[in-house]
Design a protein around this ligand. Sequence first.
Ligand SMILES: Nc1ncnc2c1ncn2[C@@H]1O[C@H](COP(=O)(O)OP(=O)(O)OP(=O)(O)O)[C@@H](O)[C@H]1O
Length: 671
Amino acid sequence: MPPSDLDTELTAERNHLAASRAALRRMRDRAQALFSTGSEVAGDPYSAESLGRTLSRRVAELADDPTTPLFFGRLDITDTNYYVGRRHVTDDVGEPMVLDWRAPLSRSFYRASARDPQGVSTRRRFGFVHGELTSFEDEHLDRGEELGTGSRILTAEIERPRVGPMRDIVATIQPEQDELVRAELSDSICVQGAPGTGKTAVGLHRAAYLLYLHRERLRRSGVLVVGPNSAFLSYISAVLPALGEVEVQQATVDDLVAHAPVRATDSPVAALVKHDPRMAEVLRAALWGRLAKPTEPIMVSDGSYRWRIDPEPLRRIVDEAGREGLPYALGRERVRARVVGLLQRQSEYRTGNSPGEAWLRKMSKVAPVREFLDATWPAMTPEALVVGVLSDPSVAGDLLTEPEREALRWTKPPKTPKSAKFSAADLVLLDEASGLLERRQSFGHVVVDEAQDLSPMQARAIARRSEHGSVTLLGDLAQGTAPWAASRWQDTLAHLGKPDAAVVPLTVGFRVPAAVVALANRLLPALGVNVPEAVSLRRDGDLSMVPVAEPAGLSAATLVEVTAALEHEGSVAVIAADAAVDDLHRHLAAAGVQTATPADVDSPARVTVVPATIVKGLEYDHVIVAEPADIVAAEPRGLHRLYVVLTRAVSRLSVVHAKPLPDALEGRSFS
Ligand SMILES: Nc1ncnc2c1ncn2[C@@H]1O[C@H](COP(=O)(O)OP(=O)(O)OP(=O)(O)O)[C@@H](O)[C@H]1O
């Protein structure tokens, strides 16, 4: 295109952007006006409130962020231009100015190719600087032109220095990612992907996509995103709101099962047993083992009448309710209702009248009925069940070995379930117990990130929350650091109740530069998992190994690296074994370097000191790893942890070490 035509074209596109922003403002003003008058137009307080909620949500959804482009692409289809952006924008008569990226037509923006142009003659991508439209890039698919990952705009986006929390990737979703994002709501999928292949991004965009397509249904049932820790949740928390989705719940697995405060610590062996799937059987057996066969009749005096139910029909009721597969507490209520039903029949037969509600209520609570229930189907709480098992693990019988039973045993059982001090693993057991007792509401869709670390019992906790919905499981077996980390996805999927979910690989890395990936990949053979290596899209980036003569010089060498890193744009992280973090903070602070903690994503400090155990899922422009040998030595799956740590860098990685590097990393010089 000649330069003057280019200018005209660019001006026309900027005008469309300005007009679209103005139209969005008008849409928001209209929603705001409706919101303000909502309470006056609604007939009653209830509809005023629910209308108010809908409208305020609508106002929030229509918020415009001037720093992110409203549209990022254009499709030319049979002489019509369709702009693709973060949300629908229509003009005053309802004509579309920008199509939501999730609309069916927008799919071609991500999937059309020279081989399969899907009716698109030209695909245009826009380049932005600080929300200003500054360039565009065309692919004439009808002429066989296709840029693929050679797109300048894609490259610029991937290589952009990172600051602050995670951003959405709507403008540059790749075809293999898009296929996962747009999978059907009913499909549960498991994505195995090397570090930086966009798993988290895919999961969040899939949540946004499903909400768009099944808005009402998912609003009712809810969508849940589960992440490994709160630092990670803060890091991803802005992505969905930026896509207009403000109602997705985000939680760690620990948040999901927080039935009580954590006030005890387990030995590693005890924790392992508690996270084992056989514990589900143990709890089930312990609970249902409380049922007793009715041996006595129920006799109720009711005014001048006396009712009697013999043990035989009572046994039938209990057996039948036991076979129905209901949660325990519901089974108990069913037995109660059937007993009252028999009393009702006797009363009807004798009096010729049907007793009313009040009578039924009274009968369901009379002492003989209560005593019968307490004897045959005793009331139970999750706490009482778990305390029972941990105080006397012999109820596990052959389900556990003798040493396993002993590992569970509480040396000092609490006097009452209320006074029990639970460990983190106990909370997972409490959740299992509450699932045996009551039905839990299922989300419509659950996205689970870093799923390789789920224990079987944690997977079951998520299964209970997705029983009637679908899941997107995201993870990397090579990054499994929990003692119970999965080595095969099929196992996790089975515990999640989705054994048929497809396992789909993502292999193209968008974060870590090729030289850094090559270093991390050296660890793979030592990690005992069968996963494809990451292939980096990034040819840029730096890797430097910084040997230090003695351990006392480590902090000083780290400071030198931090100072050098601050010369560049972007975030800087010092990642070290957890035990070394405080010292590093102090050392950097003493040298006048302001530091932040990873949960504080809005901190003005450019340097974050991150304990190795919480860096999973995060990324920083420049990463300085302090003493890899200590990171490896700190935990049983230390090499897996190091693999995670080495794959956090977007542009540059420096490895500062006084001790020898772990064998698996040694080999040749990298500097
Ligand atoms: N299609 C894309 N376009 C631009 N950037 C992308 C794309 N896909 C992923 N990214 C970027 O690559 C980085 C890594 O993505 P993400 O965190 O989702 O990877 P991950 O597979 O979850 O990594 P990890 O296994 O380390 O948790 C992020 O900065 C993300 O925005």
